[in-house]
Each structure stands twice: as structure tokens, then as C-alpha cells.
Design a protein around this ligand. Structure first.
Ligand code: NAD
Length: 476
């Protein structure tokens, strides 16, 4: 399969390409992905720039029809596309299918939102004057996405961008061209005018800066790592461009003495290790009070060691491989650093399976303190650490003692502590008796502190980013 770039309604000839490798079986090449240079990116920017006014003038019905078409097809093909996703990214088949379904639901949600585009009419403070507040598209938006949710993240950026009348250039992560291509292929048949959606695959470091700096691109929505995000924010600041960043996490899961142990273990297992821990919302710091600590660590380690790690496409596998060799080496080196700094490590070794891939046993590092590197830096793999604390007050202080602020969880049966935690956890999303990862598609997603910058994604809050506001005064 050749994944080609899609620009101005045409699939472009590929001049340079890279293989798309299955992380569960490196002998399985899914296809070859086009690697755009700046010339193809410039074509995409021009095409989007030309198409933007037409789409900005489209009716709510036209927008609904496009978004509903895409949502319906994603839902109808979730088994097939979920398989592609699992083969390409390495999450298990049920996780892959679930992600495609979620992408479909996101398109359906924004199809509905297109019919509810609204403004405000207010009375003026001056007599006889009318005030209207209306929302406008911003024009061409550049969407830069990571590899770990290869269809859901492009969906949660493209769907609102189109819903609110913008033209799009998608620059997906290099490791997951197949999902991006499949999504754009559906969009190419959705009735959208040429140039409204464009796909430009290529090296982020080569074409990313030009996308960010082009005067024709009015806003950048980025999800990825902190260093890349900071660079993009600086460039957008220089060009006075609207920017939205969703970046890393070091999400705490607090477990209090009064927690239901089974719920706490289940939530931590899911939050830390599902999707191979490759979630920005993963529960990577387990902050546990001393009365439940031993029982919790023992029960979680037992469940973790029983997880079936293997080929993402195999029945019954609960944790797929790491996405690539580089990420696997990074995970192993963090486990090593944690052990050297005094952590007690269970699991965390490289594994061999029938097919050659990037397999690793999930790792639990207990006896850590919050200043250790394992607790300050994002690993982005199936590695969780445990920090023992005295009581709720210390747990909250440790949970908040991080430069990140994406998601935070607490397992407790105390309404008082749950309520206090919801109000005082320094995070954009707070979970009570639930994993830190796993969110709804119709409500805002995003964090505080070093995890996020700019307005929230998803739900109706997405309008803040994908529109600008005009206030009009009339003396009739
Ligand atoms: P990354 O920063 O390496 O890459 C993200 C995207 O940026 C890719 O498409 C890449 O090609 C592009 N890019 C790279 N250099 C660029 C540049 N100079 N200019 C413009 N674009 C450039 O991140 P990744 O490794 O793909 O993803 C993993 C990271 O994403 C983790 O840190 C994870 O926490 C984060 N993440 C965050 C969220 C969230 O919503 N907060 C969700 C998923 C992943």
C-alpha cells in the first residue's frame, strides 16, 4: 500500500517514502508513506488558503452532511480500521476498534454542533443600540498530531475545524501514516470542496517549522511532546499566531487507606498499563497512603504480572508492543535509572515473542520518592512508580508537586477527600475511583501547568480555538 499525500483534492505522486512497520512483527510492512518536502507542503498551504473562504461560507447543512458521512463510515468500518490501527501502532485489537469508534462518535458530535452554530444578541448599555456577538472561522489551520492515538487525535482536531468552517492541513506523526491516510481517504469522498482538507506526511523537523511559520496558516493545534510543543509555541508567538498545545503528563493516582482495594487496583492497572502505557493521561505515579500500601502494591503487581503481553492482533492479548525501538530503549533506560536511584523494580524487561517486535513486560517501581527521575519525567511506556505517603494531605501535596497537570485520580470512599481533591488537584481532568486515562468525547479535554497551553479541545469548548469572535453594534 502506498500512502500518498492529499493536496487540493488530488493524491500527489510520491518522490520519497518511508516504510510503515508493524511493531508487533517487524517483518510486516504495512506500506510506504510519502515523505513530503517543503514544496508539497507549500502546495497544500496554497490549496487550503484558496479553499478556505468557500468553506467558511458553507451552510450548516453542508457541514453536517460531511461530518455525518465521515462519522458513519468510521463507525461502519471500525473493525477493519481498528485492525489497521492495531497493526500500525500496536495497541490491542479491542483498543484499536474502540479508538476508531470514538473517532466516529467525535465526527457525529461535531455534525450536530454544525447545526447549532450560534451567537449572542445582547441589549446594549446604551439606549436603542443592538449588540451581536458572532463566531467566525479563523481560516487555514495546521494540525500536528502524535502517534499514540493515530485516528482519534486527528479526528478531534479535524472535526471541529471543519464544523466551524476552517480549511485544514493535517501533519500526522511519521510512525502512523496508515490511519491518517485512511481518515483523509474517507474525507476525500465526503463531499468536501477541493483543498478544504489536505494531508501532508513527512518529517516533523523538516516541514513542521514551515507549516507553523507560514503567514497563510492562521492557527496551529498541536499534540505531542513538551520540547516540540514549546518550540511551536515560541514560533507562533513570534508570528502572533493562535496556538493550542496538548503535551505530556506525569499523572498521579492517589490511593487512600479507605479505598476499595479492588477498584484502586483495577483503576491503576488500566491507567498505567493499558495501551502499553502510551497515553498522555497514563497513571504513572501511584501515590499511596501507608495503611493500604503493602496490600495495594502486592495486588497490583500480581495483576500486572498476569497481563498477557503479545502481538496486538492476537486474541486475548491485553498489552501490545511498544511503538518502536527508540521508545522501547527509552522505557528500559528509565527502569534502569529508577533501579539505580533506589526503586524496587518488578517486571520491566524486554520480552521475546513468536514474531520479532518491541515487546516489554510492564514495570512497577515501588519505594520511590517524588524527586526521582522516574517521577519527574514522562516515560510514555508501561512503567508506573509507587510513592508511599502518610495521609491525604501529603498525598495531595505529592500529586501536585509536578510540572505537569493533565489528569489526576483518587481512589477513596471518603466524599470529603474526593470533593477536596476535585477542587484542589492541579490538573485539567480529575477522576474519582476511575483510571486517570479514558475520557468522554463530548466534554473538554486538556490540562494545566506544563501539560497544555491555549484553549481546551473537544466538546463545545473546541469553538474557542477554531473560531474568532466579532462584536457588532447597530443603531437601527
Ligand atoms: P512529538 O513531539 O515527537 O511529535 C508530535 C508531532 O510533532 C509529530 O507529528 C511530529 O512529526 C511533529 N513535529 C516534530 N518536530 C516538529 C517541529 N519542529 N515542528 C512542527 N512539528 C514537529 O511527539 P510524539 O512522540 O509523536 O508523541 C508522544 C508525545 O505526545 C508524548 O509526550 C505524549 O504525552 C504526548 N501526547 C499528548 C497528548 C495530550 O493530549 N496531552 C495526547 C497524546 C500524546
Amino acid at each position: 500500500m502506498d500512502y500518498r499525500n492529499f493536496v487540493g483534492g488530488q493524491w500527489l505522486e510520491t518522490t520519497d517514502s518511508t516504510p510503515n512497520v508493524n511493531p508487533s512483527d517487524i517483518s510486516d510492512i504495512l506500506g510506504y508513506a510519502a515523505k513530503a518536502g517543503v514544496d508539497q507542503l507549500d502546495q497544500a498551504i496554497d490549496a487550503a488558503h484558496q479553499a478556505a473562504p468557500g468553506w467558511a461560507a458553507s451552510t450548516p447543512q453542508q457541514r453536517f452532511d460531511v461530518l455525518d458521512f465521515v462519522g458513519s463510515e468510521l463507525l461502519a468500518r471500525k473493525a477493519e480500521l481498528g485492525r489497521l490501527l492495531s497493526r500500525e501502532e500496536g495497541k490491542t485489537l479491542p483498543e484499536g476498534i474502540g479508538e476508531v469508534a470514538r473517532a466516529g462518535q467525535i465526527f457525529k458530535f461535531f455534525a450536530g454542533e454544525a447545526l447549532r452554530l450560534a451567537g449572542d444578541r445582547l441589549a446594549s448599555v446604551r439606549p436603542g443600540i443592538e449588540v451581536d456577538v458572532t463566531r467566525f472561522p479563523i481560516g487555514v489551520v495546521g494540525l500536528i498530531t502524535p502517534w499514540n492515538f493515530p485516528i482519534a487525535i486527528p479526528a478531534w482536531k479535524i472535526a471541529p475545524a471543519l464544523c466551524y468552517g476552517n480549511a485544514v492541513i493535517l501533519k500526522p506523526a511519521e510512525l502512523v501514516p496508515g490511519c491518517a491516510h485512511a481518515l483523509i481517504e474517507i474525507l476525500s469522498r465526503s463531499g468536501l470542496p477541493e483543498g478544504v482538507v489536505n494531508l501532508v506526511m513527512g518529517r516533523g523537523s523538516q516541514i513542521g517549522p514551515r507549516l507553523v511559520e507560514s503567514a497563510k496558516v492562521k492557527a496551529i493545534s498541536f499534540t505531542g511532546s513538551v520540547p516540540t510543543g514549546r518550540g511551536i509555541a515560541a514560533a507562533c508567538g513570534q508570528h502572533l499566531k493562535k496556538v493550542q498545545l496538548e503535551m505530556g503528563g506525569k499523572n498521579p493516582m492517589v490511593v487512600l487507606d479507605d479505598a476499595d482495594l479492588a477498584i484502586a487496583v483495577e483503576a491503576s492497572l488500566n491507567g498505567a498499563f493499558f495501551s502499553t502505557g502510551q497515553r498522555c493521561t497514563a497513571s504513572s505515579r501511584l501515590v499511596v497512603t501507608e495503611g493500604i500500601h503493602e496490600r495495594f502494591v502486592e495486588a497490583l503487581a500480581e495483576r500486572m504480572q498476569a497481563l498477557k503481553v503479545g502481538n496486538a492482533l492476537e486474541d486475548g492479548v491485553q498489552m501490545g508492543p511498544v511503538v518502536d525501538e527508540r521508545q522501547l530503549q527509552q522505557n528500559l533506560s528509565y527502569v534502569d535509572i529508577a533501579a539505580k536511584q533506589g526503586g524496587k523494580v518488578q517486571g520491566g524487561e524486554r520480552l521475546n515473542r513468536d514474531t520479532e517486535g518491541f515487546y516489554m513486560a510492564p514495570a512497577l517501581v515501588s519505594e520511590t520518592d517524588n524527586a526521582m527521575r522516574i517521577n519527574t519525567e514522562e516515560v510514555f511506556g508501561p512503567v508506573a512508580s509507587v510513592i508511599r505517603v502518610k495521609d491525604y494531605e501529603e498525598a495531595l501535596a505529592v500529586a501536585n508537586d509536578t510540572e505537569f497537570g493533565l489528569s489526576a485520580g483518587i481512589c477513596t470512599t471518603s466524599l470529603k477527600h474526593a470533593s477536596h481533591f476535585k477542587a484542589n488537584a492541579e490538573a485539567g481532568m480529575v477522576m474519582v475511583n476511575l483510571p486517570t486515562a479514558g475520557v468522554d468525547y463530548h466534554v473538554p479535554f486538556g490540562g494545566t501547568k506544563g501539560s497544555s497551553f491555549g484553549s481546551r479541545e473537544q466538546g463545545r469548548y473546541a469553538a474557542e480555538f477554531y473560531t474568532s469572535v466579532k462584536t457588532a453594534y447597530t443603531l437601527p
